[in-house]
Design a protein around this ligand. Sequence first.
Ligand SMILES: Cc1cc2nc3c(=O)[nH]c(=O)nc-3n(C[C@H](O)[C@H](O)[C@H](O)COP(=O)(O)OP(=O)(O)OC[C@H]3O[C@@H](n4cnc5c(N)ncnc54)[C@H](O)[C@@H]3O)c2cc1C
Length: 478
Amino acid sequence: MHANSSRPSPPRLHPLPRSPRMKTVFVVGAGPAGIFAARKIALAGHRAVLFNRDIKPGGLAEYGIYPLKDKMKFGLRKQFAQALALPNVSYFGNIKIGNGCDLTLADLDAMHPSAILYTCGAQGAHRLGLPGEDAKGVYAAKDFVYHYNQLPPYASADFSTGRRIAVIGIGNVAIDIARWLLLDSPSRLAEEVIILARRGPHEIKFDKKEIDHVIHHVDRAALLAELARVESRCAAAGEEVSAAAIFAEHFPALSAEDFTSIPPRLSFRFLSSPTAILPGPDGRIAQLEVGDNDLVLRPDGSTKPVPNGQKSLLDVDTLIFAIGDKHDEQLGLPIGPNGYAVQLNPDHPDEPVFQVWDPVLSQPLAGRFVAGWARRASTGLVGIARHDGEVGAQAALDYLATLPEADAPNPESSPESILSLLESRGLRPVTKDDLTLLAAAEQQEAVKRNLSDYKFSDNESMFAAIEREKAAVTSSGD
Ligand SMILES: Cc1cc2nc3c(=O)[nH]c(=O)nc-3n(C[C@H](O)[C@H](O)[C@H](O)COP(=O)(O)OP(=O)(O)OC[C@H]3O[C@@H](n4cnc5c(N)ncnc54)[C@H](O)[C@@H]3O)c2cc1C
């Protein structure tokens, strides 16, 4: 009899054909950078072992890209599944690496992999550093995006939003968030989303195709008034902000004479920096104090916002800051200016470097590499992360080629030994077989609910679904 048991059954692994040439590379983080790096390492004849914090692979490609971009998400999932299906790629999901985590860097070192590639993305967020920042209703953009993309535990945490929402930052992430609030949030509460930028309209970083999703919510009259408000201050730094030019460059639809704005409203505020968050009696943000900036032209041609002392108060009940992500200090790698420490070549400072650098000993950490958003936080789309992961993998492969050939692959870093170690610590790693079962269960849920996609939003439901599928597969084979 194969009944459901309350204890999750242990995952199975498939033994590999081995050659003495084969070396093991641990890859920490299974987002696009890590998965495509693992693929490259495996195709070169080595063993790639992925450790991933989340149960499911994909990182921000699964839990960041806008929920309705089905075609893109499904295409990426397919490519990820193909990479993971390679026999010499192993996957351990639900395993977080770092200080005080499931495995520390010392634990990884103790398994003697030939190299480690860190592709764990940029899990920290730049803080605003403002009084009142801990008020309810104040969120880092990535956490909010993880929430609406159903990543546990963010999916079930309180990310409630209200009627008037301020979003700090003016890139694609800010527009995704505005889109969610204006069009797709189940709460449907938003009456106005206000996007704040500390410089002028020339700071706009969002793409036309992203703003297009919400273009009819842009309050054109308010935008015209805002451009007039900041025009002379921008001109002082050599930036022309005529409505015709800004519309043509960033909001083409607004140039049409018959353009009409519909509620809820999307508005913009330029040359504005948040200076304090004022909570109401319930502890939730009630007002945002905003300081006005002048714009100063630097000798190198860039501009700098400089506070001019004017302040105003915005009545908002939610504040989301989309000002970029940073590396996760808990991981325990040495920290550099853009991510984990790498040593730039002074003669070619623009050349990317993938090897982790120890600033204390002033030497590279042998066999330790970093790629993707872990190398340069918040930089580029999936294609860039993929390329970066592959170049990082090549750096690791070049390093492997310098190592002596062993008689046999190191048993301590074999998937079987890793699985035993994880289980001996009471952990529940998610394997490739589990992912297949989970994908089947989510597909069934989607069909049942007549949806194009369905995601379980907590780990318990995912494990329960895996066990249900396992039991069903076993009993159908009886
Ligand atoms: C809101 C948003 C929308 C986006 N929309 C698009 C889009 O429409 N199109 C597009 O092409 N790109 C988009 N991107 C960019 C794209 O998602 C990134 O370029 C890409 O995901 C970065 O890949 P990565 O592998 O470096 O990092 P991530 O995708 O962040 O992956 C990191 C992985 O590491 C794991 N991890 C983290 N910490 C640890 C740890 N300590 N131990 C073990 N594992 C760990 C995580 O679980 C995750 O799986 C978007 C990004 C955001 C934030």
